[in-house]
Design a protein around this ligand. Structure first.
Ligand code: IMP
Length: 425
């Protein structure tokens, strides 16, 4: 049975939640494999709007086992809040499982996220301020506390004391901040540990046995490929692996078990936070997209920067993810634009290229080469098949698919589940 990874092909916020929800209808297991509560997935079911930050969106389906796997970093206050809010809305949360190996976001991570950003001054990353980067730093620096520590009160208290001495030195001596109190942290986190304990297990075994049984598994990527720590626009990236390879790293399932990768891209581009944005629209057109597309962060509420579709970047991300099919999102937002544009190449230092440069300083010099298309005025939000779309919109979709070299499988024309055009691939 297929194991499908759903990945964002741009800088996040590509509406992966909607596609994961759609796929979850026929899935047995849905796994979140990277990032933390810096992510925000919105799912609209009828009049109900669900916003997810840590819990996999697949939990909305009763039959699905929802897994938060090893590669995720967990803020236990946010996770416990999300679980109780879902339960209060009648969602069955009893099939949620949380990896013993997932790292815990501690109060010092959130504090250091802010202190580091202040210290960077004009070079700040524009992080979500949720402690994500410092938590991953500690994971790789081997200072991290994991779920298996959290659920054992004594062991957790000992680990907090071991690590906090070092962290308080950093906070007070390097940044001039106020030290944190170990007892207060243990009291607060002790309660979270008790709530999380019944859900904690070795999820890599759980996923492997589901795979062996032939269960249908969906891996829910968070963020977008251009935010990948290795393959994104470094240093303006997140600290995890949103790309499809991250699903193997972040779950312990071997890469040969993954045989389907669905790449999700908006038909334009957005980005939040700082960093290079080759096709950004700074004027009126950008504002029109922002307002029509409600481009404000699910997690932080920040206005998103908006621009044209960048086929150089998305062709690159399709390649690094080995995308098998494409979902194009928010086609309705471009309705009414007199013309729409797509970057097909970059001019860099007088040379034309279709290769996405790995050096961000080189990328900053890239002048996009645009192809222009006539727009369409007809509303597309009621379209349910390709032939319902205006010819100009179809030509635009076809061209995007050709440029990125992946067949289109779905086109989203609105936020509801049913506002989706399925294409045979
Ligand atoms: P961090 O992940 O909070 O460390 O932030 C690093 C960068 O990634 C910032 O530019 C954030 O705005 C961006 N970022 C992190 N998660 C998301 C996401 O889910 N959508 C869009 N941008 C994100």
């Amino acid at each position: 049975m297929p194991a499908t990874v759903v990945v964002g092909l741009q800088w996040g916020d590509e509406a992966k939640g909607k596609i994961v929800d759609f796929l979850s209808e026929n899935a047995d297991v849905v796994v979140r494999y990277n990032g933390g509560n810096n992510a925000g997935h919105t799912v609209v079911v009828g009049d109900e709007v669900y916003k997810f930050h840590t819990v996999p969106a697949g939990i909305l389906h009763d039959s699905v086992t929802a897994v938060i796997s090893d590669g995720v970093v967990i803020d236990p206050a946010v996770l416990c809040g999300e679980v109780s809010a879902l339960a209060a809305r009648g969602i069955n949360t009893s099939k949620l499982r949380i990896s013993n190996a997932a790292h815990i976001i501690m109060p010092w991570h959130k504090l250091l996220d802010q202190l580091e950003e202040q210290h960077r001054g004009s070079q700040k990353i524009g992080t979500t301020g949720r402690g994500i980067g410092p938590c991953y730093q500690d994971k790789y620096g081997r200072w991290g506390l994991r779920v298996c520590d959290l659920v054992d009160e004594e062991r957790f208290a000992a680990r907090v004391r071991e690590v906090l001495g070092y962290k308080n030195s950093l906070i007070t001596k390097v940044f001039g901040g106020q030290p944190l109190d170990a007892d207060a942290i243990c009291r607060e986190y002790g309660e979270f540990g008790r709530q999380i304990a019944p859900l904690a297990c070795d999820t890599s075994h759980l996923i492997a046995s589901e795979e062996a049984k032939g269960s249908r598994i969906v891996f829910e990527g968070a963020h977008g490929s251009l935010l990948d720590i290795d393959h994104g626009t470094y240093p303006y990236v997140t600290s995890s692996h949103p790309i499809s390879g991250g699903a193997a790293i972040g779950t312990g399932l071997g890469p040969r078990a993954i045989d389907d990768v669905i790449g999700i891209a908006k038909v334009y581009t957005t980005r939040v936070g700082s960093g290079v944005f080759m096709t950004e629209l700074e004027g009126e057109e950008g504002e029109v997209i922002r307002q029509k597309g409600a481009e404000f962060g699910t997690t932080t509420g920040r206005p998103r920067r908006c621009g044209w579709f960048d086929a150089v970047a998305v062709r690159f991300t399709c390649k690094i993810n080995s995308c098998s099919r494409l979902a194009l999102i928010k086609l309705d937002v471009l309705t009414g634009m007199p013309t729409v544009r797509v970057a097909t190449a970059y001019d860099i230092n007088g040379e034309r290229t279709t290769e996405f440069p790995q050096d961000t300083l080189v990328l900053e010099k890239a002048e996009p080469v645009f192809e222009e298309f006539p727009g369409w005025d007809q509303q597309v939000s009621e379209a349910r098949k390709l032939s319902d779309l205006p010819a100009t919109a179809r030509a635009y979709i076809d061209r995007l698919s050709t440029l990125v070299d992946v067949p289109v499988w779905a086109i989203s024309v609105g936020e509801r589940r049913d506002q989706t055009i399925m294409v045979d691939v």
